[in-house]
Design a binder for this molecule. Structure first.
Ligand code: CA
Length: 188
C-alpha cells in the first residue's frame, strides 16, 4: 500500500538507512558507478546542521512512525499530543519546523497555528509549519494556509511525500534564513 501506515514506515526506514551517507552498504551486486551516483544524489539531502523538529500529533502510533522516519533523516525530533504544550515548547525553545495535526484533544491545531503566528508577528523567529490532518475540506485547507501554514497534507498520506515536503520546507527556510548564530538572547 502506498498509504501511510506502520507497515510502510518500516520499509521506508530501511530505504532511508540505505540512502544515508555512510549508512548501510549498498548490495554487493550494485555497479560501483550506480553506488557512486546514489551517494551523490543523497548527499544533497544532507543539511548544514541538524534540524530540530516538533511533531504535534495525538495518534500515538502515527506520531512514533513519523518520529522514526524523521530521525532516520538525521533530525532531532520532539513529540507532543497536546496543542497547548506545543505552544509553550515553541515559546521556550527554538524549532526549525513543526508538523501539526488539527484534530487535537483540547486546543486544536488551528488555534496552535494562530498562536504560533501571533508569537512570530511579535518578533519571534519564523517557524515553518506543515499541517497534517484528516480534514480535507477545501475550507479547512484554506483556513490552515490563511492562518499561516507553509504546507498542508491530508491523511492518509504517503510517508515518502511527507519527508520530501519536510526537506523542501527546510531547504526554503535555510535559504532564506542564512547562517544563524545564537548567543544568549541574541540571534544573528
Ligand atoms: Ca488527531
Amino acid at each position: 500500500s502506498a498509504e501511510t501506515g506502520l507497515p510502510l514506515t518500516f520499509m521506508d526506514t530501511l530505504i532511508d538507512m540505505r540512502n544515508l551517507p555512510g549508512g548501510l552498504p549498498f548490495s554487493k551486486d550494485a555497479h560501483p558507478s550506480q553506488a557512486g551516483a546514489a551517494r551523490q544524489c543523497c548527499a544533497a539531502k544532507a543539511y548544514d546542521f541538524r534540524m530540530r523538529l516538533l511533531i504535534v500529533e495525538d495518534d500515538a502510533s502515527l506520531a512514533s512512525g513519523l518520529r522514526r522516519m524523521l530521525e532516520a533523516e538525521g533530525h532531532a525530533v520532539d513529540v507532543t499530543a497536546r496543542g497547548e504544550d506545543a505552544v509553550s515548547a515553541a515559546s521556550q525553545e527554538r524549532f526549525d519546523l513543526v508538523i501539526l495535526d488539527i484534530g487535537l484533544p483540547r486546543m486544536d491545531g488551528f488555534e496552535v497555528l494562530r498562536r504560533l503566528r501571533g508569537a512570530a508577528a511579535a518578533g519571534g523567529a519564523p517557524l515553518p509549519v506543515l499541517v497534517l490532518t484528516a480534514r480535507d475540506a477545501v475550507e479547512d485547507r484554506v483556513r490552515g494556509l490563511d492562518l499561516g501554514a507553509d504546507d498542508y497534507m491530508v491523511k492518509p498520506f504517503a510517508m515518502p511525500e511527507l519527508t520530501a515536503r519536510v526537506r523542501a520546507l527546510l531547504r526554503r527556510s535555510q535559504a532564506h534564513g542564512g547562517p544563524r548564530i545564537v548567543h544568549g538572547p541574541l540571534t544573528l
